[in-house]
Write a protein that binds this ligand. Structure first.
Ligand SMILES: [Zn+2]
Length: 486
């Protein structure tokens, strides 16, 4: 149904990936990670709009998909970027700003997150079984890893300053005045006076309180508010060198050009302590003129008396105006995200608000796939196995017994998908085993894969799922093909 509404063109990646998350596979194969942490950052500046909600909900759906696809535990880290400017003023031709943290303090930021962000994050945890943690930029910059890494980057300031600030070469190191909390936006009067292993001494100017010094050390010395590119460089370098966790940044598609600059800075500084995180870019939401959906732009246009042609519905800008329950909204949003993830062509592209509205409101306001009766659950599968299922030769599908798999019962519909093709099946029997070896002792080897011996299959499957995943148990689904028109 909804899939019929959606036609997506080929992309650069068209012939390289079967699945949007295949871009993570090289690192997953080499890293031997036991878990993946998907980090999604959001500027805390008032009510989120649909674009923000889409990135956040996709972080959970991507994590769920990665867990099922790669057999690795996955969680979401939500970072509240509370260094977003809450107030900006001009003083003697210089812009000065006050962050949300300095305006609202920690408890105010927590309250904002609880009010505007937690409802969707909690709902996505219920929907996907993926747990999340909340942290703030303020907490990150206060941590010794971040501060020590920042101090290390200062040794290379001359090599990186044009990567961080290509126009002027002045890295925006905002060190807010300890009296009033304001800082110069472009920090062009902030000077590094001394730098050694123990820390960095800066001089800066407050429009109200004059010159002041900030002595930044790994354990103290005041707030570090870095502009976006610099913040990402330091953040990406300060992940602990913990080989058990693979970090992936979930970013809106408009981040792609900026990453070249971040990578330039990384290369100029040299190797980080741990592996740099991967990044995955989510679809952008565009207004009717092709510009990124922006509440402030629309507001400016309205204030200027300009009528924006094809202005998006109110709920796209303020999801609390969605004409239905919050649960319906979460289902529509999740359905949209699942559709995007069902095919790399649907993922590596942008969507206009018009397309988004059609996709979200045309879907059945139904329950999640795992709870729905009679509604098929989509399962992506590689081409070679897809063809064997479609031809009726493969009648047993094997998975690790994640919770999402354990919810599947006899009679449920499984829709196997591969690129644009899909094959609808019904579960006729569910098998549970302690190990893959035990499973092959009972299941018909030829029904799992008619083209490989038991030994070959066992080797292949154990290469995909390491022992600690196999320890979760093994689940098999005997399936029969179903005519979708029935
Ligand atoms: Zn001041």
């Amino acid at each position: 149904m909804t899939a019929d509404l959606l036609r997506s063109p080929n992309t650069v990646l068209a012939n390289a990936v079967d699945d949007a998350l295949d871009v993570l596979r090289p690192r997953i194969r080499e890293a031997a990670a036991e878990r993946i942490v998907f980090t999604v950052g959001t500027q805390i500046n008032g009510r989120p709009h649909i674009g923000t909600h889409l990135v956040q909900s996709l972080a959970f759906l991507i994590a769920e998909h990665a867990r099922d696809e790669f057999g690795i535990d996955a969680t979401v880290d939500f970072t509240a970027l509370d260094n977003a400017p809450a107030k900006t003023i001009s003083h003697d031709g210089r812009k000065c700003q006050l962050t949300y943290h300095h305006q609202l303090a920690d408890h105010g930021i927590r309250a904002l997150v609880t009010k505007h962000y937690a409802p969707l994050l909690d709902a996505m945890t219920r929907h996907t079984g993926i747990e999340y943690a909340v942290s703030t930029y303020t907490e990150q910059q206060a941590g010794p890893e971040f501060r020590a890494e920042f101090i290390r980057t200062l040794e290379h300031l001359d090599e990186i300053r044009y990567w961080l600030s290509p126009a002027s070469g002045t890295a925006h190191i905002r060190l807010p005045c300890s009296v009033c909390g304001w800082a110069e936006k472009y920090a062009d009067r902030t000077r590094l006076l001394e730098l050694d292993d123990s820390g960095a001494l800066f001089e800066a100017v407050c429009f109200d309180h004059g010159r002041y010094e900030a002595d930044i050390t790994p354990l103290g010395g005041g707030y570090i508010d870095l502009a976006t590119l610099y913040r990402n460089v330091v953040k990406e370098r300060s992940y602990p060198s913990d080989v058990a966790a693979l970090h992936v940044m979930v970013k809106g598609g408009d981040w792609a050009p900026g990453c070249q600059l971040v990578d330039g800075a990384h290369a100029a500084i040299g190797e980080a302590a741990g592996p740099l995180p991967l990044r995955i870019f989510t679809p952008q939401i565009l207004g009717s003129d092709g510009g990124k959906l922006s509440k402030s732009l629309l507001r400016e246009a309205a204030d200027a008396g300009l009528v924006m042609e094809g202005s998006p519905s109110g709920w796209l800008l303020d999801p609390s105006d969605w004409p239905g329950t919050h649960a319906d909204y979460v289902n529509a949003l999740s359905g949209l995200g699942e559709l995007m993830l069902s095919n790399p062509r649907h993922f590596y592209r942008s969507y206009t608000t018009t397309a988004l509205e059609a996709l979200m409101t045309t879907r059945q306001p139904a329950t999640s796939q795992s709870q729905a009766h009679g509604r098929p659950r989509n399962i992506q599968i590689y081409k070679q196995y897809f063809d064997l299922i479609a031809s009726g030769e493969k009648t047993v599908e094997v998975r690790v017994a994640y919770d999402s798999m354990k919810r599947i019962k006899v009679g449920d519909l499984l829709n196997f998908t591969c690129r644009d093709e899909n094959c609808l099946t019904r579960v006729t029997r569910v098998g549970r085993y302690r190990t893959f070896k035990e499973m092959f002792g009972t299941e018909d080897v030829k029904a799992v894969n008619p083209r490989a011996t038991e030994a070959e299959q066992l080797r292949a499957i154990q290469a995909i799922f390491p022992a600690h995943k196999e320890a979760l148990g093994v689940i098999t689904f005997e399936i029969e093909r179903v005519n979708p028109d029935e």
